[in-house]
Design a protein around this ligand. Sequence first.
Ligand code: HEM
Length: 446
Amino acid sequence: MTETATVDKQAPSADQPIKIPPALGAPKVVQGLAFASFRRLMLTKAYQRNGRVIELNLPFFGRTVLVSDPGLIRTVFMASTDDLTNVKPNLSRLFGPGSVFALDRGEHRARRKLLAPPFNGQSIKNYEKVIEEETLRESANWPQGKEFRTLEPMNRITLNVILRTVFGADGVELDYLREIVPPFAKLGSRLATLPEPPLRPKRFGPWARMDEFRRNFDRTVFTLIDKAEADPRFDDRTDILALMMRSRYEDGSAMSRQDIADELLTLVGAGHETTASTLGWAFERLRRHPDIMAKLVEEVDADGSELRQATILEIQRARTVIDFAGRNVAAPSFQLGEWNLPKGHNIVISLADLHQNPELFPDPKRFDPYRFVGNRPPAFAWVPFGGGTRRCLGAAFANTEMDVVLRTILRHFVIETDDARDEKLHFRGIAYTPKDGGRVVMHRRT
Ligand code: HEM
């Protein structure tokens, strides 16, 4: 089913002809359907047959080279955003042209610099209290001794955390956002994988609902900006909105209101379901590993965190929720090992497949947090947050959030363990979640 496509199209640089990796021979539509519905299986098989670099032709993304080779992944992540821009299309279709997902080259570098303060160590430390409060609030009425899905409670915790840390104190606007964001997140996950119609219907259908959400979201953000500007304590505020409003580009200018709205939606959209899905997997994994669970409880009681941190790393390796990071060749061509890809090609890095490579992670099917105890995760091999200049902006935020949620639950609950069958993967449009929702039985600790 494969054909080697070494095409000598026009040479983009004087000495290097275009050279494209082996391509899957199936029709575009079939490749697209397989990629959308059983991508992980399809890619594992394709890599086994053709090596760790293959070309697909996908309806939505066009000609796309998929890479699962550690050395080549390093090349992609180390490339400048002048040569490799963000994959096209990307999530800025949902978040707007002012989102960091939409920016490339100098604009991307400037925005990342501007967004750094809310995500530095001190700012994240300030959010710990909010994370603990939201975990306690959500868990107050959890059923005792009865199996339940953890995925939805985790989604509520991470949504409330991101809304409170982004917008600051509670208020009517925040309550309103709590109401409108979950349906948007659900709709957004579905639309993320669908092509946008050339003419967007104004009154009916999912894109019209998305546009309506956007109008409501923007109106609320603009009200919150007005309130922040009038707030006498504005300079002391530590929420992300205030930090963004105070930040300045190198030329002294501030972000526009519309860019702030697009970026806040980006943080809310990118920042809660991913973290909740990983936490759902945490419960799914720990339920099936009594020895690790017992050690984690012992550790939390002694105020330790080393094994818990290692467990979070291992959950992200073993159950990677975002399975690829993408780039687009913006340079006349891009040399990727022996291949030379033409301008316009997308490059997709198979994060989840890399995490299952036995040369990087011996016995990869085994869930073993101890592989990270005393060892930092290997750069360019452990990549659940992607890498390089576009590495996840919220990685440290997500890590703290997962740590504080797990710590709080381990302190207050006993989680029953057993030998239940592993939950399968379920693709929700953006993230992979445990199919049965990360079901567990808990009891409050006395
Ligand atoms: C466990 C949770 C999370 C996972 C697994 C995750 C994963 C990812 C991945 C794979 C990327 C693409 C990186 C690349 O292209 O190299 C990304 C980008 C991004 N993430 Fe996360 N993420 C998580 C949590 C968060 C949180 C909490 C936030 C915000 C508060 C956030 C904000 C972003 C943003 C803004 C980008 C775009 C960065 C850019 O293009 O420069 N993420 N994330």
